[in-house]
Design a binder for this molecule. Sequence first.
Ligand code: FPP
Length: 245
Amino acid sequence: MDYTSFFNKDLLPKHIAIIMDGNGRWAKNHNKPRIFGHKNGVLSVRDVVEGAGEIGLNYLTLYAFSTENWNRPKVEITALMQLLVNTISKEVKSLNDSNVRLLAIGDLQSLPGNCEKEMLKAIEKTKNNTGLTLVLALSYSSKWEIVQAVKKLAADVKNNQLDINNINETVFKNYLQTHDIPDPELLIRTSGESRISNFLLWQIAYSELYFTEKLWPDFRKEDLFKAIGDFQQRERRFGLTSEQL
Ligand code: FPP
């Protein structure tokens, strides 16, 4: 595909994060149960990961399951976890074929045993790949991640490994799960909702936000490319004036 009609490939963001939303509404529009929406959402995941690989994106983070999602009906949670296990185990080969390295953020230990196991297995099997890094946020919430970081940092202060006077933004960042991942430059949310929903709050301090009406199961790589084009039209000032840039 010729992406040059969408964006300048020399000015790609390094990291794009996506809040995949609207699976339930998409299923409802098709008079189907919610899990039908999630299953079709997997097709979007596949297409978008393929597109990200094709254009040479470095990092793609997908919000697949939030801490708050544990409050959903048990049948939906069970089906989603099963879908995750099946998808991950089925896709490892194609991730390797496409040189994609898989990572996860979130409270993996809170996932059902088989889900955590499949995830760790896939991470291990893809760890030497050098193309796209695909980060799945699973049982993730930003406030949870920040509290975990504070606990580890406090323990280091208590054990005299860290001096309070030396705490700064760079030191704090190193306690986050995302410590060796660059901050997303672009955050996309589908389904017309304009919320962050406890996702990467520290990391998106200067991200460009892109909201689209498309429901996640309708989102394809072309929509990703369109979002990148939109991102490239923006002037990122990081608190400076236009003239200073
Ligand atoms: C939000 O739609 C979507 C989710 C909570 C789950 C996302 C999961 C997938 C797309 C499938 C698995 C993903 C991978 C990475 C293999 P919603 O249910 O909140 O939709 P609604 O707002 O319309 O109800």
